[in-house]
Every structure is written in structure tokens, then in C-alpha cells.
Design a protein around this ligand. Structure first.
Ligand SMILES: Nc1ncnc2c1ncn2[C@@H]1O[C@H](COP(=O)(O)OP(=O)(O)OP(=O)(O)O)[C@@H](O)[C@H]1O
Ligand SMILES: [Mg+2]
Length: 352
């Protein structure tokens, strides 16, 4: 099939605990949700963003496309974590074509990997606040072996990866479609996934700070496994419904409380660094996503530690959808885990 320039890609979020897929139909004034689904992965198939069991992951993707009846093959995928480096750098003002030539030499000093081993991408953000002769450039470097791994995976699943995006950018893209935002807010987009956490502090649509760390619901699952001597699948069941499945729900409540405290103090540390680097700019709103947002008490702890509004993302709020197909109960249940796939589904074939 020949793709028209306006064709949007299928968004495929390859998480370490589950795969999510989304398809949108986008016209000038409407974004219609056509498909959304999730499929769990077997534990250990993806570890720290690296694919350990290619066949299992490819099979899960094929199952998901079949169950959702998605026929399109062109997808946008994303990566995050250690193999991706995102930095805002300062450089002398120059036209885009000159930057294209000098970016590799420029990037070398900021990337902790051999420059030969990474793909570099960049975006000019605008004039530096420190000097009119300088400009800010967003630099993104992704390890080539990681890109090759994900290209192999999508090919194995019978798909073509047209765009490899970054999780944090996909999340920001869908967040910007959600109505009712206050332009005065300084917003922290916080995704606590199964194996990693990403933080992105935004002033309107400009990112002021991005960080990734290794925290995630895996910390809870590991503790449940060791306290109750269960495997990961059983521990996941206990986590999702302790009253029903835990030998002792109070032990689970204590684990959740301990881990939520750890997450909170890590987040506060990032925010404190941000405040001291930006003349005390305060984060006024936190938008939570990822499986971590289901943890009882976590949002309340953040509210009191940060004195900010804390909300869970509603990534479907800016989309048109058929309520018979996607009920309010469904979108609110899956909402926290859906944004990256939806953000990827906003991407077009001819995007950079
Ligand atoms: N109802 C629930 N209550 C508590 N925890 C839940 C619930 N549903 C899911 N989780 C947790 O959320 C995790 C999945 O979160 P998410 O979908 O954000 O992870 P992921 O995107 O696959 O991981 P990552 O992005 O870190 O690779 C599950 O592994 C589980 O531990
Ligand atoms: Mg995720």
C-alpha cells in the first residue's frame, strides 16, 4: 500500500511488563480513537529496555494486532531508559544546515558513549536565556545496537518501524492534547512504569528538565516475591488485588507504603535540583502515569511532599471515541498505562 503523507502510524508502546497499541484517525479538527489494546508480556522477556526473548515479544505483538484487528503495518515505537541520552545544550547560534554538520562534534562532549555507537538527533529550541549569541538545542542520542534490536523485533512481528521516538516525548505529545490546562502551571509529567520512571518538567510545551531512573513497580513485585515466596506472576496478582490474593494484605500495604516513600523522596530530590537551578521555580502540578499511579497513597504522599496539585493523566480526554466500544470505565481503568501508545499514534509517516 502506498502511504499518503497524511497517514498516521500505529502507536506501539513496548513496555517491559506489557505491550500497548493505539490507532487514531486524525483530521484537521478531530482525533478519533479507532483502536486501543494491551497484552501482558511474560516476565523477563524485556529487561532494562533490552529484548531478552525476541520470539516471545514478537509473538505478543502479533497476538495484540490480531486481537485488535489492526491491519496497518507501519508503526511508531519508542525507547527510554539508559540507552537514550537527552540533553539540552548551549551552542553558538547558527543556521540549521550548519548545525547538522557540526552536531556530532558538538554532541561528543555530552554523550557518555562512543559517538560511533549512537544515532544522534536534535531540535533547535530557541535563543539561550543567557546570551543572544547562543541557542538551546535539544540533543537526543540513542545507542545503535538498541535501535537495531527494536528494528529486528518489529520486523519479526511482521511490522515496519517508521519512527523510533522517545517515551518521554510521546507522553508529552498526548498530554498536550488534553483539554483544560492552565498555561501558568509548571507541570511535572511523571511516568512510573514497571521497570523505570521518567520525569519531564514542562513550562507550557517547553521541557525544562528531563530525568530517568530505575524505579518502578518491579520494586514492589520483588518484595512481594521474597516475602511470600511466590513467582512474579503470582506477585503481580497479589499487587493488583491484595485483599483477594495476598496471604497477609497488611504486609502488602506496608510494602506499598515503603516503596511509595522511596519514589517520593527520589522525585523530591529531582525537584529540589530543578528549583535550585532555576531561581526557585516551583512545580505546581504533577501529572501521573504508568502502573505506579495505581499504588494507593502514592498520589497523596506526592501532594503533601510537593504542595502541588497531583492528578492522574486522562490521555483519552482530547480524543473522540465511541463510548459503546470504549466505555468510560475502560478508559479510566487503562488511562494511566495508555498515554505513550496514544502519543506515538499521533506521529505521521513524514515526521522527523
Ligand atoms: N491495578 C493495579 N494495581 C497496582 N499495580 C498495578 C495495577 N495494574 C498494573 N499494575 C502495575 O503496573 C505495572 C505495569 O505498568 P506499566 O504498564 O506502566 O509498565 P510498562 O510500561 O510495561 O513498564 P516500563 O515502561 O517500565 O517498561 C504492572 O507490572 C503492575 O506491577
Ligand atoms: Mg511504560
Amino acid at each position: 500500500m502506498v502511504l499518503s503523507k497524511k497517514d498516521h502510524l500505529v502507536g506501539l508502546d513496548i513496555g517491559s511488563s506489557s505491550i500497548k497499541v493505539a490507532e487514531l484517525q486524525i483530521s484537521r479538527n478531530k482525533k478519533i480513537l479507532k483502536k486501543f489494546g494491551m497484552e501482558p508480556l511474560i516476565p523477563g522477556a524485556i529487561v532494562e529496555g533490552r529484548i531478552m526473548d525476541m520470539e516471545a515479544v514478537a509473538k505478543t505483538i502479533r497476538t495484540l494486532f490480531r486481537s485488535q484487528k489492526i491491519r496497518k503495518k507501519d508503526v511508531a515505537i519508542s525507547t527510554g531508559g539508559h540507552s537514550v541520552v537527552i540533553k539540552t545544550i548551549n551552542t553558538v547560534k547558527m543556521p540549521e544546515k550548519d548545525l547538522q554538520e557540526s552536531i556530532v562534534a558538538e554532541a561528543e562532549q555530552y554523550i557518555p558513549y562512543d559517538i560511533e555507537d549512537v544515532n544522534i538527533d536534535y531540535q533547535i529550541l530557541g535563543e539561550s536565556q543567557f546570551s543572544p549569541d547562543q541557542m538551546n538545542v535539544l540533543l537526543v542520542a540513542v545507542k545503535k545496537d538498541l535501535v537495531a534490536e527494536y528494528m529486528d523485533l518489529t520486523a519479526n512481528a511482521g511490522l515496519n518501524a517508521k519512527i523510533i521516538d522517545v517515551d518521554t516525548f510521546a507522553l508529552q505529545n498526548i498530554y498536550e492534547t488534553v483539554p483544560g490546562q492552565d498555561p501558568d502551571d509548571i507541570t511535572l509529567l511523571l511516568d512510573v512504569g514497571a521497570s523505570k520512571t521518567s520525569l519531564n518538567i514542562l513550562k507550557e510545551s517547553t521541557s525544562m528538565m528531563m530525568r530517568d531512573n530505575d524505579s518502578g513497580t518491579h520494586q514492589i513485585v520483588e518484595q512481594i516475591c521474597s516475602r511470600f515466596e511466590t513467582d512474579v506472576q503470582e506477585a503481580e496478582k497479589i499487587l493488583q488485588d491484595p485483599e483477594e490474593n495476598a496471604p497477609d494484605p497488611e504486609v502488602v500495604a506496608q510494602i506499598l507504603d515503603d516503596v511509595a516513600n522511596i519514589w517520593c523522596s527520589e522525585i523530591c530530590e529531582v525537584i529540589n535540583t530543578f528549583q535550585s537551578n532555576t531561581n526557585d521555580t516551583r512545580v505546581t502540578k504533577v501529572v501521573l502515569s504508568g502502573g505506579g499511579s495505581y499504588i494507593p497513597g502514592f498520589a497523596d504522599k506526592l501532594t503533601s511532599e510537593l504542595s502541588a496539585k497531583v492528578v492522574t493523566i486522562s490521555p483519552f480526554a482530547g480524543l473522540h471515541l465511541n463510548e459503546k466500544k470504549f466505555s468510560a470505565a475502560f478508559t479510566s481503568r487503562v488511562g494511566p498505562r495508555a498515554p505513550i501508545a496514544l502519543g506515538l499514534a499521533l506521529r505521521r509517516v513524514d515526521d522527523k
